[in-house]
Ligand binder design. Structure first.
Ligand SMILES: Nc1ncnc2c1ncn2[C@@H]1O[C@H](COP(=O)(O)OP(=O)(O)OP(=O)(O)O)[C@@H](O)[C@H]1O
Ligand code: SF4
Ligand SMILES: [Mg+2]
Length: 337
């Protein structure tokens, strides 16, 4: 049994314009100790999905259907009171902009004391000892426990957010853009720290990032999202070396590759669709250089093409992958007609 098994999950927002289908039928799983990278452009539903998994959602968000099985138990059915017990202890979230989520008027240690005493049933003394241990584990000086958040650098706050997520030794940590706001050197330190902790604690990780090279270094598997849907998933190596979906091919074109210094970066024209009135058929069709008439009318089903690497995609042209991969490397292919 998978540690986390998300099945056909939907998370919608009520808005003045109507219902925004921000996450619309997403399925993927995470095994114990595995790391999964979640990628896709801004607004494709990454945060909405992980916030829905852990049920820390905006007031206007709701889950119309789908299952989130954690150890076989469907979290979408848990009453909030029971869900509170699952958060922190079984799975925890390092939210997007976690660095700003520490309460500015309290010393940093207070956030740890609260989680460890209220959720972990520790005494204040035990909580203090555990906080010192956690600080040391993520490379922070325990002498800084009494400082206020504004006295920490960005990298220190991010390490503190990671330490807090690990406080009760959950089996799954979800990190929403954990290094995006940090400079490159600190990014590397924080990523290495996460990697080390993951292997030491046999921690499963879902990491959201805009940066494909971060996934390449950190994650066993990838899920690529576009406009609220999973368009491709599989082992990291397979997805990056043998992308099946034109959107994944486009994303890869837009990122520098350290192994290919002279690579020309090509961006995908246009922007993701309005999720209140998404296009019928394939949601990527308005931007896809390979769209056919059928793509505008019918939604492509997700198909697995490589069982060993659990690699598949949702595109009508999977039988022509090699041809499309070749064309996708050419600048002209992505120029508007
Ligand atoms: N509270 C809300 N009410 C209405 N729509 C929302 C709300 N929060 C997010 N959205 C919309 O839902 C869609 C998905 O947003 P989400 O924040 O999940 O994307 P994301 O992939 O995490 O983007 P980013 O990479 O910028 O963090 C976007 O179209 C966004 O505008
Ligand atoms: S289904 Fe059609 S429009 Fe969608 S990605 Fe595949 S070729 Fe492009
Ligand atoms: Mg986000």
């Amino acid at each position: 049994m998978s540690l986390l098994d998300v099945r056909d999950m939907r998370v919608y927002y009520k808005t003045k314009k109507g219902i925004a289908q921000a996450v619309d039928g997403v399925s993927f799983s995470v095994e114990p100790g595995q790391s999964l990278g979640l990628v896709g452009e801004s607004g494709c539903g990454k945060s909405t999905m992980v916030n829905g998994i852990i049920r820390v959602m905006a007031k206007n968000a709701f889950i119309p259907s789908g299952e989130v099985l954690f150890d076989g138990q469907d979290l979408t059915l848990l009453p909030e009171k029971e869900m509170r017990n699952v958060r922190w202890r079984d799975l925890s979230l390092i939210p997007q902009a976690a660095m700003d989520s520490l309460n500015p008027v309290y010393p940093v240690e207070d956030a740890f004391t609260e989680v460890l005493t209220l959720k972990g049933n520790m005494t204040k003394k035990e909580a203090h000892a555990r906080t010192v241990e956690l600080f040391t584990m993520v490379g922070l000086d325990p002498d800084r426990l009494g400082n206020f958040p504004h006295e920490y650098s960005g990298g220190m706050k991010q390490r503190a957010a990671i330490a807090l997520a690990l406080a009760l030794e959950p089996r799954l940590v979800i990190a929403d853009e954990p290094v995006t706001a940090l400079d490159v050197i600190v990014q590397r330190q924080v990523l290495n720290e996460l990697k080390r902790l993951r292997s030491e604690l046999n921690l499963a990780l879902i990491m959201i990032t805009h940066d494909i090279s971060v996934v390449a270094e950190t994650c066993d598997n990838i899920v690529v999202m576009y406009a609220g849907k999973v368009v491709e998933k599989g082992s990291t190596q397979e997805v990056l070396e043998n992308p099946l979906h034109p959107y994944t091919m486009g994303l890869e074109n837009a990122f520098p590759d350290p192994r290919q210094q002279d690579k020309e970066l090509i961006s995908i024209e246009g922007s993701p669709p309005d999720l209140v009135n998404p296009p019928s058929g394939c949601r990527f069709a308005p931007r896809c250089p390979f769209a056919m008439e059928r793509c505008l009318a019918e939604e492509p089903p997700y198909e697995e093409v490589d069982e060993e690497h659990q690699h598949g995609a949702a595109c009508f042209r999977l039988s022509e992958t090699l041809k499309l991969q070749k064309l996708a490397k050419e600048v002209e292919t992505w120029q508007p007609a």
